[in-house]
Design a protein around this ligand. Structure first.
Ligand SMILES: [Zn+2]
Length: 180
C-alpha cells in the first residue's frame, strides 16, 4: 500500500525521538538528560549533532573551494566533504568524499584545523563540522556528485567570497597560514 503524505508534523532537530528505532514502541520521557527511553527494550535514544568533515585542499598558497550543485545553499561556496558514515574515521571520511566529489586522492593532516557546530538545511539540523588540511596526492580535481564547479582561491579572495557556511572562511585562512 502506498502511503500519501498528508501533513508535515512539527519535529525540530532538538525534539526528542518519539518511537524506538529498534522496535517501534512509543518512547517515554525525555529525562532531564535528553534521553527518551523505551519501555519495551529499555534502550535510551538521544538527539545528537551529525558529524561532517571538510577538507581545505592547499596547493601553492591557494585553496580549493567547490560550488554547491544542490540545496541547501545551492550555488554558494563550500569545501569538499560531507557527512561521516557510521563507524568511519573522520580522516577516512574526507578521503572518501574527495574521491566522490572531485575524483582525487588526498593526503590528510589528521590534526583538525576547525571544529564548528552549525545548523544545516531548512529544519536547522545540528551538525558538528570538522575541518582538515589536505593536499592532492593523485589525480586532477573534476567536479562530480553534488559539486557544480571548483575554484582555487587565495587569501586575498577570502573576504569577498560567498561561502554557504562562515566557518569555511576561517578554516581556509587557517590552512593557508600554514602554506607550503
Ligand atoms: Zn525499544
Amino acid at each position: 500500500m502506498r502511503v500519501e503524505k498528508t501533513e508535515d508534523p512539527p519535529f525540530s532537530p532538538t525534539d526528542p525521538f518519539r518511537f524506538c528505532p529498534a522496535d517501534g514502541t512509543r518512547l517515554e520521557g525525555p529525562r532531564p538528560s535528553g534521553g527518551a527511553s523505551c519501555p519495551l527494550c529499555g534502550r535510551s535514544w538521544y538527539r545528537n549533532p551529525a558529524p561532517a568533515v571538510g577538507a581545505v585542499i592547499v596547493d601553492g598558497g591557494r585553496a580549493l573551494v567547490t560550488v554547491r550543485a544542490r540545496d541547501p545553499e545551492k550555488g554558494r561556496l563550500d569545501l569538499p566533504g560531507g557527512f561521516l558514515e557510521p563507524g568511519e574515521h573522520p580522516a577516512d571520511g574526507i578521503v572518501r568524499e574527495a574521491r566522490e566529489e572531485l575524483g582525487v586522492e588526498l593526503e590528510v593532516d589528521p590534526t583538525p584545523i576547525l571544529l564548528a557546530p552549525h545548523t544545516y538545511g531548512p529544519e536547522g539540523t545540528w551538525v558538528l563540522a570538522i575541518g582538515f588540511r589536505a593536499r592532492i596526492s593523485g589525480g586532477e580535481p573534476r567536479p562530480a556528485d553534488d559539486v557544480a564547479a571548483i575554484r582555487w582561491i587565495s587569501a586575498d579572495d577570502l573576504d569577498t567570497a560567498d561561502f554557504a557556511w562562515e566557518h569555511d572562511r576561517r578554516a581556509i585562512r587557517t590552512a593557508l597560514e600554514g602554506r607550503d
